[in-house]
Design a protein around this ligand. Sequence first.
Ligand SMILES: C[S@@+](CC[C@H](N)C(=O)[O-])C[C@H]1O[C@@H](n2cnc3c(N)ncnc32)[C@H](O)[C@@H]1O
Length: 215
Amino acid sequence: MSEAKIVVEAAEKNKDPIFKVLEKVIPEKFGGDASLSALEISSGSGQHAVYFAERFPKITFQPSDVEEKYIASIKEYISGAKLQNVKEPIVIDVSKPTSEWATTVAEKSLDVIININMIHITPYNCTEGLFAAAGKLLRAGGIMATYGPYAIHGEITPESNVSFNESLKSQNAEWGLRDIDDLEKEAKKNGLTFDAMFDMPANNKTLIWVRSDSE
Ligand SMILES: C[S@@+](CC[C@H](N)C(=O)[O-])C[C@H]1O[C@@H](n2cnc3c(N)ncnc32)[C@H](O)[C@@H]1O
């Protein structure tokens, strides 16, 4: 295996449960046969982008990350998979406004944004940036799927998530589980609404956000 190719155990475990949620939600929102455009923000290794691209041949996936080591890993997964519907990764620092991204992504050009296991493990300005980007880049009716552990209405459950939150904060005081109420505020600021929450293995959730009609 190439040195650049990173294998993340959690991504290996959660890629199929997340795919199963997308497989249900995407046809419900867009119909079963639509050709769609998806941006993954903070793709990490590239395991998810390639797994999803193999299973959604009509969706064109644009993976991205802020770190060069992940960009290199994503490239390895793409070249191994030989897929037509996944683009070369781009560098996106989601803490920055979309106007400052290294690559331009056209406003209202996306149907789907995917963001897995980033919100709790980055400073809050990345969450703000993520929702701001979704507001700008999704077309009306487009969706964003965010995956990870969350606090729900001020409460973190079960105990293992409480400990996880403490351990995140001890690594970086700016990290930690975000409350879905705060995420809803970010959504509202940017023309998105909370649509659905799916229970996932290991006390995670997938949240679906929808871009409302254009303002
Ligand atoms: C825990 S990893 C998750 C990666 C991948 N989504 C997965 O589930 O395996 C967190 C990711 O957030 C990315 N990240 C951190 N800060 C970021 C930023 N400012 N903009 C975009 N991505 C960022 C990291 O580079 C890393 O890929």
